[in-house]
Design a protein around this ligand. Structure first.
Ligand code: FES
Ligand SMILES: [Fe+2]
Length: 339
């Protein structure tokens, strides 16, 4: 794309929480993760709490994620320099006195928390807290994770695909939509701070025998009530209901790996089908995300153009329009964005 446009601003995105891994994937050894083009090393100290540092030894630029954890210290694999969670190097084994460490010997240290089964990092002081999703923490709902889904596009394209109603019957016929009912029901978007709220009541395809994942077993044509919260920039809490007791929470967050790469994490909670094996939902999600990936990776530009004039928006694209307006209003997308 050669024309000037407004795109996500990687600098502004530093001041937001982003998912970087499933917590279960950071064990006793260090793990590598990319965030906004910055390589990170994730590790757990003696207390089991997560730490996030830059994955670059200050000595010779070795990836610390290739090293190991000793007590509360991260050890570089090349010459054994040891780092604390705050980024300070505390031991240089090549010195007569290994503790005589120069003040310059330190690496980046970042805010890090573990919640909803995910590791979250903010590279700068975050402007907003994580969304509250009590259903995922009440201990009564069963939780299933899916992903991460790594796509070659920016995180905004992945988020926007998740919120795009018009494509369901076309990309997911029989699974999320009915090709005989392609009209998008009316919906209105309310923007409060960094959160877009909207609700949609949508006809859907009934459960298939292949993927009996939804709670719509009642008689009559299935109708799904979907209440969305899109927490800018890249997190969605979607609450599904079918008019009865059954509820499902679909939590989705996209990790901006770099300007044109992302990874999507799914955490699903529900208060029914408690004994259903996780793989039923996981295989369903793998199918849906696989169908979406082909289409979304073909979009050009690879990043959502936040300038409304850059694409053609119709009334049923209300969410996309509100998302673009809010991203710009909050300074998360700018026309002189860093690429
Ligand atoms: S490169 Fe890390 S200790 Fe030398
Ligand atoms: Fe989709």
């Amino acid at each position: 794309m050669t024309a000037p446009g407004a795109f996500a601003d990687l600098r502004a995105l530093r001041a937001c929480w982003h998912p970087v891994a499933f917590g279960r994937d950071v064990g006793s050894g260090p793990a590598q993760a990319d965030l906004l083009g910055q390589p990170l090393v994730l590790w757990r100290g003696q207390d089991g709490q997560l730490r996030a540092n830059s994955d670059l030894c200050v000595h010779r630029g070795t990836a610390l994620s290739l090293g190991w954890v000793a007590g509360d210290e991260l050890v570089c694999p090349y010459h054994g320099w040891r780092y604390r969670a705050d980024g300070r190097c505390v031991a240089i084994p090549q010195l007569e006195d290994p503790a005589r460490v120069p003040a310059k010997a330190r690496i980046g240290a970042f805010r890090c928390q573990e919640r909803y089964g995910l590791v979250w990092v903010a590279l700068d002081e975050p402007r907003w807290p994580l969304p509250e999703v009590p259903e995922l923490e009440n201990g009564a709902w069963s939780l299933v994770t899916a992903g991460p889904y790594r796509w070659r596009c920016d995180a905004a394209r992945q988020v926007e695909n998740f919120t795009d109603f018009g494509h369901f019957p076309w990309v997911h016929p029989g699974l999320l939509g009915d090709p005989d009912r392609p009209v998008v029901p009316r919906h209105e978007v309310r923007t409060e701070g960094n959160v877009l709220h909207y609700t949609i009541v949508r006809p859907e395809a009934p459960n298939t025998d292949d993927f009996p994942v939804f709670g719509n077993a009642q008689a009559g044509p299935p109708q799904r009530h979907s209440r969305y919260e899109l927490h800018l920039p890249y997190t969605i809490a979607l609450r599904l209901g079918w008019g009865g007791e059954r509820g499902m929470v679909y939590f989705f967050a996209s990790q901006p790996l770099a300007a044109d790469r992302c990874a999507g994490y799914v955490v699903i909670g529900r208060n029914y089908n408690l004994d259903q094996p996780d793989r039923v939902i996981q295989e369903f999600e793998d199918t849906i995300f696989g169908q979406d990936k082909v289409v979304v990776e073909s979009q050009r530009p690879e990043q959502v153009p936040f300038d409304l004039a850059a694409e053609l928006h119709l009334k049923f694209d209300a969410v996309a329009v509100a998302y673009r307006k809010a991203m710009r209003a909050l300074g998360l997308a700018t026309s002189d964005a860093a690429g």
